[in-house]
Design a protein around this ligand. Structure first.
Ligand code: GLN
Length: 193
């Protein structure tokens, strides 16, 4: 198994380390040539979503990645990665990959209060999972019944799955718990067959 990790900006190294611990090979995507390598899945890391979208667009990666996800490539987006996947922001369409039927709120907890830790269950995947939030988004609402809500913290949706698209508002790669990465490679990717 070989997983592509979008490495334009943000916390991508930690995702690679976590996957290596699980015995999974990864490669970084920085340009179109990298993207053209064979892959079983994609990770979109946290960082700054506006910058990531701008870079994806400039490098000609936005449409090919969007197309691959729509054709069923398994994807795991964390924090800014979740924002990139969202079709809507505050009820309006947004620029990004726009493949997931969710409406996000960016910097949802205020600029100063945006970073905190919580512990929560991720339905059917992990109990008492340590959740690191860094200027995090949350999901206002799902906009299709195809989206499964996997976790809610203080009444806000923070983890979802829609088919082979899996996304969290928090950063599982910044903890020592690899249960969500394990779920991605064991459950989300094999569902492709
Ligand atoms: N606030 C960032 C954004 O809107 C996301 C933060 C993160 O990925 N840790 O893009």
């Amino acid at each position: 198994m070989r997983i592509a990790i979008l490495a334009l900006q943000g916390a991508f190294i930690e995702h690679a380390q976590m996957l290596h611990e699980l015995g999974v090979e990864t490669f970084e995507v920085r340009q179109l040539q990298d993207w053209q390598q064979p892959k079983d899945g994609l990770i979109i890391p946290g960082g700054e979503s506006t910058t990531q979208v701008r870079l994806l667009d400039r490098l000609g990666l936005l449409q090919p990645i969007r197309q691959a996800i729509l054709e069923g490539l398994p994807v795991f987006g964390t924090c800014a990665g979740l924002i990139l996947l969202a079709k809507q922001e505050d009820g309006h369409s947004r620029k990004g990959l726009c493949t997931m039927d969710i409406d996000v709120c960016r910097n949802a907890y205020g600029r100063q209060l945006g970073s905190f830790n919580a512990v929560g269950d991720v339905v059917g995947i992990a109990k008492d999972f340590p959740m690191t939030y860094i200027r995090a988004p949350y999901i206002h609402r799902t906009i299709s019944p195809d989206v499964k809500i996997l976790s809610t913290i203080n009444g806000h949706i923070v983890a979802v799955q829609q088919g082979r698209q899996f996304a969290t508002a928090f950063h599982p790669e910044l903890t020592s718990n690899n249960e969500l990465h394990h779920y991605f490679i064991q459950q989300v990717i094999p569902s492709r067959a």
